[in-house]
Design a binder for this molecule. Structure first.
Ligand SMILES: NC(=O)C1=CN([C@@H]2O[C@H](COP(=O)(O)OP(=O)(O)OC[C@H]3O[C@@H](n4cnc5c(N)ncnc54)[C@H](O)[C@@H]3O)[C@@H](O)[C@H]2O)C=CC1
Ligand SMILES: CC(C)CC(=O)C(=O)O
Length: 416
């Protein structure tokens, strides 16, 4: 089976490697960022493999898929002697309904005090016409900014079991393994000024600002170069430099960082419209992609369809200090919420990313990833992945099958 973990950065923080990792991170300044996360992880590991994790189920299918991920984490925790101290908090529409704000102070405080944060998704029709400060999405953006998680890594891997679930031809999809490195707390999602106004002719208008400063570009570029270096050594920076000044600075800085600090990484540049087309035409040309917030959001959704479904893609977001945020790339899927049709695997794989990159529990992550793989091997599929000859299951049943797969792999290990 193809590895579900692929070659990501940051490297897994294992007990034996974490000292070297922290040193190399400091030396390169690459993600000096990850230093404090490492300290937190170290402290937790030295105590007894007990971790404080804030859970944010959010809205729509969020609670359904989070339930599966928590059951899976508890099962792997029992098996591996890991204790999770879970604290569930409100965010998004659920927080708006209960407390009148999309990101309660108490939620952000709990996240900041945790070793890691696991989020499902936010949003829904009910809150779509709320004013900006009362939108679920504003809560999620505030959470990302509050945690300072600027580096969002979104792996898009086509698993052999799911090649035929992709809408692309087998020969195009097979073997795809792309890492999208998305800047997460800058760009047009956060730029000011922004808002609504009325012009001199009395017409309403609205505006947003796409802005990136040199330090913001440099730090995400370094994470991306480091990531590419650990993979196939090829980085494609995606922008719209033929039109946007912000992209011209982006391209200038990425080129300079590459030349000065990463001459061994093969750097290319592509306009975002071409990148969208190339991802569908010939996705295997890409190894690692680095791009801004908005372009990264769109390109990673496109990449998800290479893998068969948006319900398969996890993500990890790291900061300069403090806990990482782990979440599937999809939204709250209000169209299927409450119907038991959601695919919980992106959420479960986000929990595995949390274990591997946020908590340094590599073996636990591998156990989860192989349970996912063997469940797919046996032909179980939620509706989004369904194809002829496979067995259709709902979200809850998929969770039960994953737990059985975990138990089975435990038996194998014990018998050795
Ligand atoms: N990170 C987050 O929390 C995000 C939240 N949203 C919010 O989610 C809400 C819905 O947005 P959409 O644009 O519809 O995007 P979406 O990702 O929620 O759904 C798009 C399509 O994919 C399907 N889908 C998504 N996840 C699935 C899963 N795990 N299993 C099976 N099918 C799945 C949905 O049923 C829908 O047909 C909006 O309020 C949006 O703002 C959107 C994207 C990210
Ligand atoms: C709903 C948005 C705040 C989230 C989103 O689309 C994203 O992942 O950027």
């Amino acid at each position: 089976m193809a590895s579900l973990s692929c070659a990501l950065l940051p490297s897994p923080i294992t007990t034996t490697t974490r000292r070297n990792f922290a040193t190399s991170v400091r030396r390169s300044g690459a993600s000096g960022s990850l230093k404090c996360s490492v300290v937190r992880v170290t402290a937790a590991l030295e105590k007894e493999r007990s971790y404080k994790v804030t859970l944010l189920p959010g809205d729509g299918i969020g609670p359904e898929i989070m339930r599966v991920a928590v059951d899976v984490m508890q099962a792997v925790g029992r098996r591996e002697g890991i204790t999770f101290d879970f604290t569930e908090k409100l965010v998004g529409g659920a927080a708006l309904d209960a407390l009148g704000v999309p990101l309660p102070d108490d939620t952000l405080a709990s996240c900041l005090e945790s070793n890691a944060v696991l989020l499902a998704a936010i949003g829904g029709y009910k809150w779509d016409s709320n004013p900006p400060h009362l939108k679920p999405e504003t809560g999620l953006l505030g959470l990302r900014a509050g945690l300072g998680v600027f580096a969002n890594l979104r792996p898009a891997v086509v698993l052999p079991q799911l090649v035929d679930a992709s809408t692309l031809k087998r020969e195009v999809a097979e073997g795809v393994d792309i890492m999208v490195v998305r800047e997460l707390i800058g760009g047009i999602y956060f730029g000011k000024p922004r808002g609504f106004d009325v012009n001199e002719t009395g017409d309403r208008f609205a505006f947003n600002t796409m802005v990136y400063s040199t330090p913001e570009i440099d730090r995400i570029a370094r994470v991306a170069f480091d990531t590419a270096r650990k993979r196939q050594g090829r980085l494609c920076s995606v922008d719209k430099a033929n039109v946007l000044q912000v992209s011209q600075l982006w391209r200038e800085r990425v080129t300079a960082i590459g030349k000065e600090e990463y001459p061994d990484v093969e750097l290319s540049h592509m306009y975002v419209d071409n990148a969208a087309m190339q991802l569908v035409r010939n996705p295997k040309q890409f190894d690692t992609i680095v791009t801004g917030n908005l372009f990264g959001d769109i390109l990673s959704d496109i990449s998800s369809m290479l893998s068969g479904s948006i319900g398969m893609l996890p993500s990890s977001s790291m900061s300069e200090s403090g806990p990482g945020l782990f979440e599937p790339i999809h939204g709250s899927a209000p169209d299927i919420a409450g119907t038991d049709k959601a695919n919980p695997l992106a959420q479960v794989l986000s929990a595995a990313m949390m274990l591997r990159y946020g908590l340094g529990e590599v073996k636990a992550a591998e156990i989860i990833e192989s349970a996912v793989s063997s469940t797919l091997d046996k032909g179980y599929r939620t509706g989004d992945l369904m194809s002829a000859g496979k067995t259709l299951v709902g979200c809850t049943q998929m969770g039960e099958i994953l737990l059985d797969a975990l138990e089975a792999s435990s038996t194998v290990t014990l018998s050795h």
